[in-house]
Design a protein around this ligand. Structure first.
Ligand SMILES: NC(=O)c1ccc[n+]([C@@H]2O[C@H](COP(=O)([O-])OP(=O)(O)OC[C@H]3O[C@@H](n4cnc5c(N)ncnc54)[C@H](O)[C@@H]3O)[C@@H](O)[C@H]2O)c1
Length: 434
């Protein structure tokens, strides 16, 4: 009898009463897939290794996955994060454990870009101010002429970062007749050219933008990238939008320029401290629109993230390389010595690895935790895929994980499964051993 492909869902996918956290996350394709069994884990953060020993895949919401979460069985092949942020996952530990980490750029691309558009339109049309005026009745109506909005035609929309979401923002903004400018040290020049984006220095971007949005990841290099000196370069009429991560912005400096009216306003879905302290001065400013890191939360966003995760897990189960892999080196490393030490020449098979480990143990070799044993298991899970090597140290690795093309565009060649049959052979072999 063949062994089931077991998929764990982190415990935070269920509320305390057992109902689903996100009703739009459709698990039917997973629960109905032949040979697949799924189970919800107990809610623990970080996850504990013993919870994951008997699983092949993990779909992970917000719970942390640390080095101590890596199961010793070596069976776990893929973690599919629900979203694109993975600061909650120890990527190095995943890579060392030959576990692929997959994110869901397809799920968030449009919803986050829409939330930036929402903030841009609300700020420039003074939506929040006019809402308050309307509620004041006659006095508010009398004051409406003092709150002119700003037309967007001919204005410059700037973005710090032109990746998955940044590029989509420009796609959505095309009909508004704006100039597009961006700063991104790793920008894909072809995409920039196709979308009519002028790539400029960071300082020029701050100086020229009428609406400036942040669309880069939070890394040590981008922490407080938006600081007092750069904010000083902005026009007094300009708006600033951050839906990326709070830590990219020096919030104290931003609060100061907003309070002093040195820029027109800001739309912030993310803050340095979430939730903010009740006495955070930012909460008192009426030229700021805030959202609790949830402006992109829509039925379609959660359905999209869920569909992408399910697709990734089923890709692995069915012998295809999933898209959106963050740590590609897991599938790109050279063939292991395990294939040359007496195991039959049947290619990369998990079953062979288990067999090898069992035999190593029986003759007193290091076995599962020995170098050869773990290499054998690693090769069984992620056989060499024949695609170009990509180190996770390269900032482009993250960007490649996000398909920066629109969903209607064909996937890039480096995101194509290169040898789908390898893992199929692996499972055939597993059946023989199971
Ligand atoms: N608010 C939310 O709910 C929400 C949801 C999803 C994503 N996000 C955030 O949105 C941001 C963008 O996500 P994405 O999917 O587009 O990521 P992405 O990796 O596809 O794109 C990020 C881009 O930033 C660029 N970049 C890296 N360093 C840079 C720097 N120093 N200056 C300028 N650009 C730089 C990269 O080259 C890349 O093109 C991330 O911070 C992500 O965490 C927020």
């Amino acid at each position: 009898m063949s062994r089931l492909f077991r998929v764990a869902l982190s415990g935070d996918f269920r509320k305390s009463d057992g109902s689903p956290t996100f009703a739009d996350f459709d698990l039917a394709p997973l629960s109905s897939a032949p040979g697949v069994e799924m189970a919800f884990l107990e809610a623990r953060s970080p996850l504990e290794a013993e919870q994951l020993e008997d699983f092949d895949a993990l779909i992970l919401l917000a719970h942390r996955f640390s080095a101590a979460s890596v199961p010793r069985s070596g069976r776990l092949s893929v973690i599919a994060r629900f979203g694109v942020g993975y600061d909650s996952v120890d990527v190095a530990a995943c890579t060392a454990g030959d576990i692929a980490l997959v994110i869901t750029p397809d799920g968030v691309r449009r919803p986050v870009a829409v939330s930036i558009m929402t903030l841009m339109l609300a700020l420039t049309s003074k939506l929040m101010v006019k809402d308050r005026l309307a509620r004041l009745g006659a006095a508010g109506f009398a004051a409406r002429g003092e709150h002119m909005g700003v037309g967007l035609v001919g204005k410059t929309l700037g973005s710090i970062g032109v990746g998955n979401i940044g590029a989509e923002l420009f796609r959505l903004a095309r009909p508004f007749g704006m100039h597009f400018a961006a700063h991104d040290p790793f920008a894909d020049a072809a995409i920039a050219a196709e979308l009519g984006i002028e790539l400029v220095s960071l300082e020029e971007l701050f100086t020229r933008s009428d609406v400036l949005a942040v669309n880069c990841p939070l890394t040590p290099a981008t922490h407080h990238l938006v600081n007092a000196e750069r904010l000083k370069l902005m026009k007094p009429s300009a708006y600033f939008i951050n839906t990326a991560r709070g830590g990219i912005v020096d919030q104290e400096a931003l609060t100061r320029v907003l309070r002093e009216g040195r820029i027109a306003g800001a739309g912030l879905d993310v803050l340095e401290v979430e939730p903010p302290s009740p006495d955070d001065p930012l909460l008192q400013l009426d030229n700021v629109i805030l959202s609790p890191h949830a402006l992109c939360w829509t039925d379609q966003c959660f359905a999209g993230n869920g569909a992408a995760d399910v697709r990734a897990v089923l890709d692995v189960q069915q012998g295809r390389v999933p898209s959106g892999i963050v740590n590609r080196e897991v599938i790109n490393r050279p063939a292991s010595p395990a294939s040359c030490i007496g195991t039959p020449p049947i290619g990369h098979s998990r079953a062979v690895a288990y067999d090898f480990i069992a035999r190593s143990r029986s003759i007193g070799c290091p076995g599962r935790n020995g170098v050869a044993g773990s290499r054998a298991l690693r090769d069984a899970k992620w056989p060499q895929q024949g695609v170009g090597h990509q180190s996770s140290g390269d900032p482009r690795a993250h960007r490649r994980a996000h398909c920066t093309l629109g969903s209607a565009d064909p996937p890039r060649p480096d995101m194509q499964p290169s040898e789908p049959s390898i893992q199929s052979r692996l499972r055939v072999r597993c059946r023989a051993f199971a």
